[in-house]
Structures are given as structure tokens and as C-alpha cells.
Design a protein around this ligand. Structure first.
Ligand code: NDP
Ligand code: GDP
Length: 344
């Protein structure tokens, strides 16, 4: 029988890749969209045609219950969040509400619609739930590389909110026997990444400089290290986690770490430019508390899910720079990022 999936955060980077992947697997895909008129929805429809949409907002419990009642999903992927770390300091309360308490509201919608009463003993629940946990929970890392057993020490309101959502997912699994799992995903990027994140900011910056639209790229701390992978690879792991017999949290990353300086060197190199001629360090982009280094130990994902990344760092950065060069070179396409990000 065709499985039905509901994705929150469908208009984001991962939502689009996951929708494409699930459609290719033969699933019926529903996306939760918020707002009266969300410009990213139109672009999503053009891209994916086959996705059905349902209204809802992670701030509104009733809307989530209605969405789950309407869709009757077999699986729910909670990708919606305020996901940009600097914004989580500027709007800490909203980040707590959406990225943290939003997880509670989605889990409650599933619990209520599944008829699981608060006193019911573990072992019930038909709807499988995936929570988008983050390597930002490791924050000031206790060990390297990070595994499913590494303690958390989040360094931003975003990381704290994700840690709440992570433990809550575990708690609903233990309290109600729900098939509820968290993927602890390390940074993953693509040409669809928001322009505020460093990889896309760099790929767009390189494209603008190459095309003579800008001369400089202003960045924050260049020494920090991340385990960067390709979003299209990571959504496969999300789906695999919901196909297992046992609900279990899994770390997903490449196991290879690079600095922001490595990133800019590679990205400028793809365009035949030398990064030191263009990159300017700007204190405005330095964070109040930094996550200095992240590196995944993906051995559980490899062994238990049979997952491994197909796209490496060099290929990923090349893909992003080439995509932004093409995007900004197309007459009439400037400022019209198909994912609705403000690229100016
Ligand atoms: P994006 O920022 O691209 O997408 C976020 C999505 O959340 C958007 O679709 C947005 O919709 C939606 N959203 C925001 N607020 C609400 C709300 N109140 N109600 C409903 N929807 C809302 O994130 P990514 O696709 O990159 O990431 C997906 C998830 O994975 C996020 O939870 C993120 O924190 C997490 N994650 C991402 C990593 C990465 O490297 N990409 C790493 C680890 C975890 P709208 O169009 O309405 O704004
Ligand atoms: P994050 O790991 O989820 O916070 O993803 P980002 O892509 O936003 O940031 C990755 C790292 O790049 C962080 O450690 C940032 O401090 C660093 N960085 C350095 N300069 C910049 C910048 O100009 N913008 C962003 N977004 N990050 C930067």
C-alpha cells in the first residue's frame, strides 16, 4: 500500500530534497505550509507538482492536529524550525517556541490523532516520527568525533532548543512507545541552501565577484571547522531511519572536517580566483559563543542504515559555485532564486 508522508518545513532546503526522494520511493507526500501567502510555496509547486499541501504552523497546536487528522500520515518528518544560529540570539524566545516547543506540538498532534492517552502504557502508535536534530547540540564538543553517545553542550539558543526537541522525542518514545527518532545531522548544504548560511553565502559571493557585481566578501571566523555534506544524501538517511524495526537515534555526517578557510579557498578556486584578494573579516559576523569544531562519527549510520554519503566536500562546493554562477548569469533570473531566498 502507498505510504503517506507529512513533511513540516517542506519549503526549506531539506523539505524539497526529502519530498523528491519520498516521491521517487512511491510515497504520497504532503507538505505543511504556514502563512496566508508564502512565496516559497509557488516555487515548490513548480518544482515538485505532485506534493499536496496542508496549512499549519508549529506555533499553533490546533492547526497541527487538524493537519494530522486531514492527512492521516504513516510518517511525519519534522523539519520545520528557525534554523539559522545567529537569528536564535536575536529572536531567542521565538526560536524556543518554534524549534523547541514546536516539536512538542507535532508530537502531541500525533499522540492525540493516534488515540494514545496520556496514561497509556508503552507499545502503541502507528505514525512514525522523525525529528531533525542537529550537531549544534554537541556545541563545545566533549570528544571528537561525535557519536550518538557524546554528551551535549549547546552554544546558542538554537542548539538549546534542538536539545529540548531531541530529548522530548526520546521521552515520547519511552513514555508512549511511539516510533519517534531523531537524526543528529551535521551541516548539509546544496544549491538550495539559504543564502544566510556560510556555504551559500560564499558560493553566491564568489559568483558575484566573478561576474563583476561585487569586489569583496565579508565573513566572520574563518578558523571554525564543520563536517559539511550534501543535503540530497542526508534526506536518504532520514527515510531509512523510519524504515527500521527499532526506533533509534543516529548521527549522520561524513566524518571529514574542513575549516571555513578551506571552504573559501576551494570556492574561489572553482571560479579561478584567489580568496585572499577578496575576503574581508568582519566582526559583525562573529558570534557571541562559537562552536569551534564539529566532526561526525557516522559508523552507526553506515552499519545500521547501510547509508553513506555520495558527494564529497570538493564536489559539493564545486556544485554550489557552478550553480550560483549559472543563476546569476541568466538574464532575468537575478534575484529569483527558485527557493525564494533573498539573494541580494
Ligand atoms: P530551512 O531553514 O531551509 O527550512 C526551515 C523550514 O521551517 C522552512 O520550510 C520554514 O517555512 C519552516 N518554518 C519555520 N517556522 C515555521 C513555523 N512556525 N511553522 C511551520 N514551519 C515553519 O532548514 P533546512 O531545510 O536546512 O533544515 C531542515 C531542518 O533540519 C531544520 O529543523 C534544521 O534546524 C535542521 N538541521 C539542518 C541542518 C543543515 O545543515 N541544513 C543540520 C542539522 C539540522 P517558511 O517557508 O514558512 O519559512
Ligand atoms: P551553523 O553551523 O549551523 O551555524 O551554519 P552556518 O553556515 O551559519 O555557519 C557555519 C560556521 O561558519 C559557523 O561557525 C560560523 O561562525 C562560520 N562563519 C564564518 N563567517 C560566517 C558568515 O559570514 N556567515 C555565516 N553564516 N557563518 C559564518
Amino acid at each position: 500500500m502507498t505510504r503517506r508522508a507529512l513533511i513540516t518545513g517542506i519549503t526549506g532546503q531539506d523539505g524539497s530534497y526529502l519530498a523528491e526522494h519520498l516521491l521517487a520511493q512511491g510515497c504520497e507526500v504532503w507538505g505543511l505550509v504556514r502563512g496566508q501567502s508564502n512565496p516559497r510555496v509557488r516555487r515548490l509547486r513548480e518544482l515538485l507538482g505532485e506534493v499536496k499541501l496542508v496549512r499549519g504552523d508549529l506555533l499553533d497546536q490546533g492547526s497541527l492536529i487538524s493537519a494530522v487528522e486531514r492527512v492521516q500520515p504513516d510518517e511525519v518528518y519534522n523539519l520545520a524550525a528557525i534554523s539559522y544560529v545567529p537569528m536564535s540570539w536575536q529572536q531567542a524566545e521565538l526560536t524556543g517556541e518554534v524549534t523547541g516547543l514546536g516539536v512538542l506540538r507535532v508530537l502531541e498532534a500525533i499522540r492525540v490523532c493516534s488515540g494514545i492517552s496520556s496514561s497509556r502504557t508503552p507499545g502503541s502508535g502507528q505514525i512514525r516520527f522523525y525529528q531533525a536534530s542537529s550537531s549544534e547540540m554537541f556545541g563545545m564538543v566533549a570528544e571528537s568525533p561525535q557519536t550518538e553517545r557524546t554528551p551535549f553542550h549547546p552554544r546558542s539558543p538554537y542548539g538549546v532548543a534542538k536539545t529540548y526537541g531531541h530529548f522530548l522525542t526520546q521521552n515520547y518514545r519511552e513514555s508512549y512507545g511511539m516510533f519517534a527518532v531523531s537524526g543528529i545531522l551535521f551541516n548539509h548544504e546544496s544549491p538550495r541552501r539559504g543564502s544566510e548560511f556560510v556555504t551559500r553565502k560564499v558560493s553566491l559571493g564568489v559568483a558575484r565577484i566573478k561576474l563583476g557585481l561585487e569586489r569583496q566578501l565579508r565573513l566572520g571566523t574563518l578558523t571554525v571547522r564543520r563536517d559539511w555534506g550534501f543535503a540530497g544524501d542526508y534526506v536518504r538517511a532520514m527515510h531509512l531511519m523510519l524504515t527500521r524495526d527499532v526506533p533509534e537515534d543516529v548521527v549522520v555526517g561524513t566524518g571529514v572536517t574542513h575549516s571555513v578557510e578551506d571552504l573559501v579557498e576551494r570556492a574561489f578556486g572553482v571560479a579561478g580566483l584567489y580568496w585572499r584578494d577578496h575576503v574581508v573579516c568582519d566582526a559583525a559576523f562573529v558570534r557571541p559563543a562559537e562552536v569551534d569544531q564539529l566532526c561526525a562519527d557516522p559508523s552507526t549510520a553506515v552499519k545500521q542504515l547501510g547509508w553513506e554519503p555520495k558527494v564529497g566536500f570538493d564536489e559539493l562546493i564545486t556544485m554550489m559555485v557552478e550553480s550560483d554562477l549559472a543563476l546569476l548569469s541568466t538574464p532575468g533570473a537575478r534575484g529569483d532564486d527558485p527557493f525564494g531566498h533573498d539573494i541580494w
